[in-house]
Every structure is written in structure tokens, then in C-alpha cells.
Design a protein around this ligand. Structure first.
Ligand code: NI
Length: 637
């Protein structure tokens, strides 16, 4: 094996050599049997104080393991430089590590070997099992589990049928069938057959070869950067304009931002210590017996980093692009590199500011350019694109694009769907929601921050407001966890502001960043529904906690087959103080998807997210120093 590469910065992701070393050390020194799977191997991020002080630190790997023989999960820590295991501890009884990509493949194979499954296919006139697609849906916990499911690692697989190898199978749901699989033994425990529903009659293909004619009138639109890109890269540190930050990539979260700062005059001003999407939940609204369990936790039960696309196979960014690879392992501990997992590029973004003085005819306009760091994950049928945008006025935006193929079920001829939309003949796309939770470890000009809520209030007509036009912004500091669990409110144009009470701007007020909500939704599942016990954080859009290194995932570390009670609702029950301290802001945003025929067979991207905008962080518009764009020749007549 090659010698260990010593990474330069404490937050540099594990190198391929370090990943291989971590696997080898734990396998050899803990004498792991071949029944052990490697769920994930990531950098164990050093303590925040050590990173911020720039102190040297050990390079440690954090491993999640699963022993298929006993069904037990483990967490291990390995010192990769010293080649020493530090610890290996079993997971709490009853929770499961996330479902691994290898298990997707093995589960499908196991189902297709089952004679009972083949018999159920036969009932439905399906001849060629090779054209069947088996998606390993997570099982959740609903209190309906049969005795043989208890203490097992379960998937409740759902199936679709292709008509030929490249056909879109989601056009033909093999409805009424759920296959209960033990993922440790890859044994089919049971086929639940709720009755035959005929396959929908029409194909739903999007691939080029299925589209006979494409529109002929598009002329080329090229982005040229003849002098190169304006960013600089050192390892995983990125500098662009006045921004400076680091990135990493984990199998669970995908892209992570670290130590985001902005250069203001001669000062490097911190804004965020760490930011990532830490959970996604997709609850479906179909109550039928074969579908009420469809509530995917795409991070905690699977892992959107593990499911990231290699953009070698298709990247849609224009201009000069710099890619970053993501290194992880397969379930057997073999190194896996997702080539070009992360895309970095600049985009023109229209007008940033403009004014024409109508008296003098003087016009000044500045175009906005943004830096985009992105990746795309394919979670079976759906695609999620995650785009962090950095702007020249100090704003940061997280944009999530939802595309890919909707999940589907079949309809009898003439049947009207009860809980969805018929998107093609006899094809139902059920109503569902997509929730995303971003964990924002704020560091606005230092670690001691306070979160405020700002509600705009219209004043009643009265002696001080004789014409009834007055409205003001009411600021309320959120001082304890119990008062900081909040929802958005269109009626008060509600937003939140993260301020540093110690640092004042030129106007004498605390510097801050505003969290600007975008589209949002509340869960439509009943408060007593299992999904809301397991993902209690969905009941609020904002949570604020004092920083704790172990509080990383809002539904807890292991949501797979977890009956619930972990994560934000549990931690915040302690009602800790959150003013003028190191705070973490958790923002959940949801999209309600009532499907349209136009979302079929592949969905035009829907976009959702939020902004972090400076609010008194600067003394004036920080983008006054942008140079004007050179004038362009006229084009059209
Ligand atoms: Ni959707």
C-alpha cells in the first residue's frame, strides 16, 4: 500500500490513502469477520476550537459498520496517521445504519430470485423478471410490524416494470405488491399482495432515442471566459471575490461548507463555521395499505452523498468548471471515488444594481456574478440538485432543484385517484411533500451570536396613525430553545436575524445576517402520524440550539427503523439558553407536490431554498466597488 498522504488542513477530507488505511486498521486490529459492512468512512472533524485556532491535530476517521451476521451496528474511530483504532462501540439496540448502495443491488437480486415473487409476477402477466425494477424502500416504524420483522434490518421493496432495458419502468408500477426483505440475510421474508391492478398502457420515456423530433430553432449560446475563472483553489479551500471557504463531502450530507468568511477592507470576517443539508424527508399522502409507509428520509435512511452523480456523465454548467472528486467506500470497504462529484463555476446572474438619474441621464448598472458550488444526487426515481450560491453583495443562497421522475402507482381503467393526479392513462402520481433541513452553524463576526425574529406589524388607526398606514418591524430576541421553535408567517413577513451583540456596525447596531425564507410548507400528515414522531423537527421551520458537537442530525444519528423521539425535539426539551452564545440555526423548508401532467415523464426542475443576506453586517451596499461591465455590441434588429 502507498504511503500516507498528510493532508494540509484539519478539515481537508480524508484522502483515498487515509480511507484505505482506516478500513485496513479497523479490519485487521479489530479482527473483523467478512460479515462486516462499511456503511461510511469519513473524516472525524476535529473540535471547533482546534480548527479555529489553527492548531495541529490528529487525523481521525469515523466509521459506521454493520455486522450482517449479528445485525449489530458499530461506530469506530481510527487514528489514520498512527494507524491505531481509537474506539469501536455498538450502536444502541434497535436502530439501523442507513441502507447502503450495495444493498440496493443485492436486495433487487434477492427479490428476483424469490419463487413467491415470481408467482406474484405471473399473476400479473409479467413474464421477464429481468425487466422488473425493485426499489428498496425504507421500512420505518408504524406499530404494524409483524414479529418476524422485529430486530431485523428491513426493506419494504416496491416494484416497477420496464418493457425493454432502457425503458422508463416508473411508467408501469407493479401495484399491490410489497416485498419484505431482511437486508442482513438478503432473504425475502414475505410478499404482501394486496391485489392485482393492471399495468398502465402507455410508455413514458424521455431519453433522446425516444423523442423522434427535437425543436430546430435554438442557436448556440456560449459562455466564454478568455482569461480564466476568477476563483482560486488550494486543496478544498476556495477563494472567489471576497469570499473564502472550504468544502468537503460526506456520504450522508453530500456537500458541506466550512469556515465561510468575507474579506471586508483588511479584515477576514467569519459568517458560518459549517453549513450543510442534514436531513430530507419525503412523506407521501396515500393512506392505502401498500403505501402508507412511504416516508423516505433521504439522508438518514440512505445518504445523498453516497447517491451523488458523477458529473463526468453529464454536467449542465456552462463556462469554466472545476470539479472535485468525492472519496468513500463501498459496503465491503473498497475505495470508491465519485469522479467530479462537485462542480464549481461562475454564473452571470443578471442585474445586481442599477440606477438612472432621470435629470442627468447618468446611468450606472452592475451585473451580478455568482459562484456556484453544486452536486446532484439520484435517489432512485428522483433527482435533487443542491446549489450553494455566493453573491458579490455578501449574500449566500441555498437552492435545491427537484427533478427526475415522480413515484407512481397504477389505476384501474376509469378509476380516479383519491390521493394523487392521473399523469398518464391509468398512471397515478401520489401527492407528497419534500422537506429539507439545513444546519447552519453560524459564526457572524465571531462565535457569540443571538437569533432575533422580526415580524412586521400593521398598526391600527388611532391618534398616532390617523390614516391607518403605519407599519413597523418588531424585533424579538429568541433567548431560549423553547421560544425559538418557529414557523414562517406570510402575515408578518417574518424573517430571522443572526446578530453578534459584541460587534457593532458604523450605525452602532449589532452586525448580523438575515435568514430569508423562501417557499415553505407545513407537513400535512396528522400530528400523531408515525412520520412526525420520527421527524418531529418538521413541525417547525426554525430551531435554534446552542452548539453541541454531537447534535448534527435533526431526526437523530440513526433514523432508519427508529421509532422516533431523537433529534431536535429531544435536545430542545432541555430549554437551553441560546442568546449571546455559539448558536446553530436549523432551517427546514418544504415543497408540497401536487403532481401535474407536465411533471411526467420527467419533471421540469422545481426550485426551493433560502437566502442568508447581510443585515447591518456592512455599513452600506458592499458591491459599490464592482467595475461596470464593458459595453457589448448590439445584436438584433
Ligand atoms: Ni415531488
Amino acid at each position: 500500500m502507498s504511503s500516507l498522504t498528510i493532508a494540509r488542513h484539519a478539515l481537508e477530507p480524508l484522502t483515498p490513502d487515509e480511507i484505505v488505511a482506516a478500513v485496513t486498521v479497523i479490519r485487521e486490529q479489530a479482527k473483523l469477520a467478512s460479515s462486516y459492512r462499511f456503511v461510511s468512512v469519513t473524516l472525524r472533524e476535529p473540535a471547533k476550537e482546534i480548527v479555529l485556532a489553527g492548531k495541529p491535530t490528529a487525523r481521525e476517521a469515523f466509521l459506521i459498520l454493520l455486522d450482517n451476521a449479528t445485525g449489530r451496528g458499530y461506530e469506530a474511530i481510527v487514528d489514520v496517521a498512527q494507524r491505531q483504532p481509537v474506539s469501536m462501540l455498538p450502536l444502541r439496540e434497535g436502530v439501523q445504519p442507513p441502507i447502503m448502495l450495495d444493498e440496493f443491488v443485492e436486495c433487487e437480486e434477492a427479490v428476483k430470485r424469490s419463487p413467491e415473487f415470481l408467482a406474484a409476477l405471473k399473476l400479473r402477466g409479467v413474464e421477464d423478471v429481468n425487466l422488473v425494477m425493485v426499489d428498496p424502500w425504507s421500512a420505518g416504524v408504524y406499530g404494524t410490524e409483524l414479529p418476524d420483522e422485529k430486530h431485523r434490518r428491513i426493506s419494504r421493496a416496491l416494484c416497477w416494470l420496464r418493457t425493454e432495458p432502457m425503458d422508463n419502468g416508473y411508467a408501469r408500477p407493479i401495484d399491490g405488491l410489497t416485498v419484505v426483505v431482511d437486508l442482513n440475510t438478503m432473504e425475502v421474508l414475505r410478499i404482501e399482495d394486496h391485489g392485482v391492478i393492471p399495468l398502465p398502457p402507455t410508455a413514458g420515456n424521455w431519453a433522446r432515442e425516444y423523442i423522434p423530433e427535437t425543436r430546430p430553432d435554438l442557436k448556440p449560446l456560449e459562455v466564454q471566459q478568455p482569461h480564466g475563472a476568477s476563483f482560486e483553489i488550494d486543496g478544498h479551500e476556495i477563494r472567489w471575490q471576497k469570499w473564502r471557504f472550504r468544502i468537503s463531502f460526506t456520504p450522508r450530507e453530500g456537500l458541506v461548507l466550512h469556515t465561510v468568511s468575507y474579506r471586508d477592507g483588511g479584515r477576514e470576517r467569519p459568517i458560518l463555521y459549517r453549513a450543510s443539508v442534514v436531513e430530507m424527508v419525503v412523506p407521501y399522502g396515500d393512506p392505502r395499505v401498500q403505501y402508507f409507509r412511504k416516508n423516505a428520509f433521504d439522508l438518514g435512511e440512505y445518504g445523498i452523498g453516497m447517491l451523488a452523480n458523477s458529473l463526468v456523465l453529464g454536467c449542465d454548467c456552462l463556462g469554466l468548471i472545476r470539479y472535485f472528486d468525492a472519496h468513500m467506500t463501498d459496503s465491503r470497504g473498497n475505495l470508491v471515488t465519485i469522479k467530479n462529484a462537485v462542480c464549481l463555476h461562475e454564473e452571470d446572474h443578471g442585474v445586481l444594481w442599477k440606477h438612472t438619474d432621470w435629470r442627468t441621464n447618468q446611468t450606472e448598472v452592475r451585473r451580478s456574478r455568482r459562484l456556484v458550488v453544486s452536486f446532484v444526487a439520484t435517489v432512485a426515481n428522483y433527482e435533487y440538485g443542491f446549489y450553494w450560491h455566493f453573491y458579490q453583495d455578501g449574500s449566500i443562497q441555498l437552492e435545491v432543484k427537484l427533478t427526475g421522475i415522480m413515484n407512481t402507482t397504477s389505476l384501474h381503467p376509469g378509476e380516479t385517484p383519491g390521493y394523487g393526479t392521473e399523469v398518464a392513462p391509468q398512471l397515478n402520481a401520489p401527492n407528497h411533500q419534500h422537506f429539507f433541513c439545513a444546519r447552519l452553524d453560524m459564526n457572524v463576526d465571531g462565535q457569540r451570536n443571538t437569533v432575533e425574529e422580526v415580524n412586521t406589524i400593521g398598526h391600527p388607526t388611532g391618534p398616532d396613525n390617523p390614516h391607518g398606514n403605519a407599519f413597523t418591524a418588531k424585533v424579538t430576541p429568541l433567548t431560549r430553545e423553547s421560544v425559538a421553535a418557529r414557523t414562517t408567517n406570510a402575515a408578518t413577513s417574518r424573517f430571522w436575524r443572526i446578530v453578534n451583540p459584541q460587534q457593532k456596525n458604523k450605525l452602532g447596531r449589532p452586525v448580523g445576517y438575515r435568514l430569508v425564507p423562501g417557499e415553505n410548507a407545513i407537513p400535512f400528515a396528522d400530528g400523531e402520524a408515525a412520520v412526525l414522531k420520527r421527524a418531529g423537527f418538521l413541525n417547525k421551520h426554525l430551531w435554534v440550539t446552542p452548539y453541541h458537537p454531537d447534535e448534527r442530525f435533526p431526526a437523530g444519528d440513526y433514523p432508519n427503523q427508529n421509532p422516533g423521539g431523537d433529534g431536535l425535539p429531544k435536545w430542545t426539551a432541555a430549554d437551553r439558553a441560546i442568546d449571546d452564545t455559539d448558536v446553530v440555526v436549523w432551517y427546514t423548508f418544504g415543497h408540497t407536490h401536487i403532481p401535474r401532467p407536465e411533471d411526467w415523464p420527467v419533471m421540469p426542475a422545481s426550485s426551493i431554498g433560502f437566502f442568508l443576506k447581510p443585515d447591518g453586517f456592512f455599513n452600506a451596499n458592499p458591491a459599490l466597488d464592482l467595475p461596470p461591465s464593458p459595453p457589448k455590441p448590439e445584436c438584433c434588429h
